[in-house]
Design a protein around this ligand. Structure first.
Ligand code: FAD
Length: 409
């Protein structure tokens, strides 16, 4: 909540703070239908027993087949307009689906449906809509997102990947960093500098096949055991039909897409499952012949973790509530991302403290408690606080756009 020093700034009305959000009967029925589907299709090939955000990507043939099954049930693009093949259902249905998938560690439809598709619907040419939207809805196509570069991370608008005119098309040269899905995606949604004399108004978004001549990919392994990539462009020639929307308008689309990413791609189900697992451990474990659940320090720690999870859930509900009012929930998304990701770190930290030495054995190691779930989570949750905009950047957004504080002080 805003502090007293910021009282004069109209941060949020009372109605925004007092927000009730419960699923309606038909939404609960959909939740149950998805749960049943996931129980029926449980498979270690598609579901990660220790899901973290990035592990829910569609990076194998089995996961692609799973995504097509979701599509066959009409669960991709449920909230899209009917003229683009959607069902015009409330965004709550997308939320219910995403959360259920995250509880099971199943792959997420995120980037295609939530980022690329939604941005194309708003800004794409008719040709691009015709080409990409049906494939996204059928679950046939995966995207990689390329904004970050070696000298343009938090300040993504400083990107320098060059796109220069050649005839009526473009030739791209330079490099991207941290492009997570590049090694399995079909298409690259990539920002490039088309006007070297402008910053924000000199960026254009392109859609380029990932196997285009002149593109090469090098892996980077993160502390959380996930693969991300460097991507190099050497005279990558594309036609005018590769441009998304208008030339030099890309930054607007990227900002909208980043808001959608913070919202659409950060379900809380994985964290809920971790807290559940930790509670079960505290309930059952014995340390030096004593029940852990009787230990006052363990009880205080677990009570705090459960409370913080509840706060994360409330912040997520505020994001959804704002989105349902057809508003891009920029500040709410930042608050949720900041708190939920740092909560994930505190949960992993509490787990390792409560488990003792066996907790730090890795997944697959003999004797690893809960098969190393929290050892991995301890490392992975560092990554969570960086990808999609680092925690400091979320704080800047909350301070400037939420509280009206000046940008430079
Ligand atoms: C696993 C992983 C996957 C990723 N996937 C993708 C992807 O698919 N596509 C993509 O485009 N990008 C991706 N990213 C990149 C990610 O968005 C950037 O790493 C992030 O924006 C931070 O940029 P940076 O790494 O260059 O750090 P920097 O921007 O150099 O920041 C370094 C530190 O300084 C702080 N800092 C920077 N500026 C400020 C400021 N103004 N005020 C206060 N503190 C500041 C940051 O918070 C951070 O702590 C991924 C990153 C990771 C780690």
């Amino acid at each position: 909540m805003p502090g007293t020093a910021c009282k004069a700034v109209p941060v949020a009305s009372l109605g925004d703070w007092i927000m009730e959000f419960e699923l309606r009967d038909e939404e609960k029925a959909f939740d149950e239908e998805v749960e049943q589907f996931l129980r029926d299709h449980q498979s270690p090939e598609v579901m990660d027993a220790h899901p973290e955000q990035l592990s829910q990507t569609v990076d194998t043939p089995a996961k692609r087949a799973f995504m097509r099954r979701l599509a066959e049930r009409g669960w991709l693009g449920m909230s899209w307009p009917s003229e683009y093949g959607g069902r015009e259902l409330s965004g709550i249905y997308d939320f219910v689906l995403t959360e259920a998938l995250s509880r099971y560690g199943a792959p997420q439809p995120g980037k295609g449906v939530g980022i690329v598709g939604k941005t194309l619907i708003r800004h794409g040419s008719d040709e691009m809509k015709r080409r990409f939207l049906p494939q996204i809805l059928r679950g046939e196509i995966e995207f990689a997102i390329g904004y970050s570069e070696p000298d343009a991370g938090s300040d993504a608008a400083a990107m320098r990947l060059r796109a220069e005119r050649k005839g009526d098309g473009w030739v791209l040269n330079g490099a991207k960093l941290w492009t997570t899905s590049a090694h399995f995606a079909d298409w690259y949604w990539v920002g490039a500098r088309t006007d070297p004399d402008a910053k924000h108004k000199g960026i254009t978004v392109f859609l380029i096949p990932m196997d285009h001549p002149g593109l090469s990919i090098r892996p980077i392994w993160t502390i959380g055991d996930e693969r991300t990539n460097e991507v190099f462009f050497e005279n990558v020639e594309v036609g005018p039909d590769a441009v998304v929307g208008h030339v030099n308008q890309g930054w607007t689309y990227i900002c909208e897409a980043l808001d959608l990413e913070r919202f659409a791609m950060m379900p809380i189900g994985g964290l809920e499952k971790k807290v559940e697992a930790l509670c079960a451990h505290v309930h059952a474990a014995e340390v030096s012949g004593r029940r852990l659940r009787d230990d006052p320090v363990a009880r205080r720690r677990i009570a705090r973790v459960v409370t913080e999870l509840e706060v994360s859930r409330m912040l997520q509900k505020r994001v959804i509530s704002a989105a349902l009012k057809d508003r891009i929930p920029t500040v709410e998304s930042s608050q949720y991302k900041l708190y939920m990701n740092e909560c994930g770190q505190r949960v992993a930290d509490a787990a390792l403290d409560l488990m003792g030495p066996d907790g730090i054995l890795r997944p697959g190691d003999e004797g690893a408690l809960l098969d190393g779930k929290f050892e991995r989570s301890y490392r992975y949750t560092v990554v969570d606080t960086i990808g999609g905009g680092a925690s400091e950047i979320q704080k800047n957004i909350i301070a400037t756009r939420g509280l009206g504080l000046p940008k430079n002080f």
